[in-house]
Design a protein. Structure first.
Length: 256
């Protein structure tokens, strides 16, 4: 069987060396080398053990070897049964996902499992199957600046969050409070645009920020004292009017 869609959103290799491909509209696909083809996982009507959606995003394997897939919600893959357990948004239930549109999945060094969505950042309790939501609260200046989160960089006790509409948010994991770094039209050294598509940290600890609307590539050093200077239109990397993937490598920074 061929791959389910020509548009691949995410690729992942698990600890069994299986290659997984999240697609747009074609479900999640696993490459089967024995037949040089793909096994396709798509929603099956009236089968809650099938995967929850067709438009895949993030995939991650946790420290216990469990594979988690973001598509139509969060899906836990059972290797033995070749089936899934779904965790999806339920209206009026704050212990579920705020949105089924997942943007990233991450387990940090402390074992905390983070789920980014278009409607909030979540901490997932895998034992209970419940989520703690962190969303924008207009009455709380220490809350997430915008609930639509796009990307992250984990920096031990701090997590940097890219958002749509509120720039870069710094989360202190000890207090679970957010501070914001946003565009200021009167400050040329501020973030170029509040719509952030991608974050990556290089080997020197500098944070590189991809933005929308031709605002360029931005960089600052989180460990530098004082206000963080952002640099726009970094030489050598062209701007784009849309999101892209930044990759940190030994040879430098490139755009995917």
């Amino acid at each position: 069987m061929s791959i389910g869609s020509d548009i691949v959103n995410y690729m992942y290799q698990d600890s069994d060396d299986h290659l997984w491909f999240s697609t747009l509209g074609g479900g999640v696909n696993r490459y089967v080398p024995e037949v040089d083809g793909f096994k396709r996982y798509v929603p099956i009507p009236n089968d809650p053990s099938s995967i929850a959606g067709n438009d895949g995003s993030a995939i991650v394997e946790d420290r216990n070897g469990v594979l988690w897939i973001g598509v139509g919600g969060l899906n836990r893959y059972d290797r033995r049964r070749d089936s899934f357990t779904r965790y999806v948004s339920v209206p009026d239930d704050p212990t579920t996902l705020g949105s089924n549109d997942i943007t990233f999945l991450h387990e940090d060094r402390y074992g905390t499992f983070w789920v980014g969505t278009t409607h909030g950042l979540h901490v997932f309790d895998r034992a209970r199957g419940t989520f703690t939501r962190y969303q924008h609260d207009p009455a709380d200046p220490r809350s997430l600046g915008n609930s639509s989160v796009t990307s992250f960089v984990d920096d031990d006790s701090v997590m940097w969050i890219g958002t749509m509409g509120s720039g870069v948010n710094r989360l202190d994991k000890r207090t679970m409070e957010f501070s914001k770094y946003r565009h200021d039209p009167h400050d040329p050294s501020s973030l170029g645009n509040d719509n952030v598509s991608e974050l990556v940290r290089d080997k020197n600890g500098r944070l590189w920020i991809g933005t929308w609307d031709r605002a360029g590539l931005n960089m600052f050093n989180p460990r530098r004292q004082g206000p963080p200077p952002f640099f726009t239109d970094t030489p050598g990397i062209p701007t784009m009017n849309g999101p892209s993937r930044l990759i940190s490598a030994r040879s430098g920074l490139t755009r995917k």
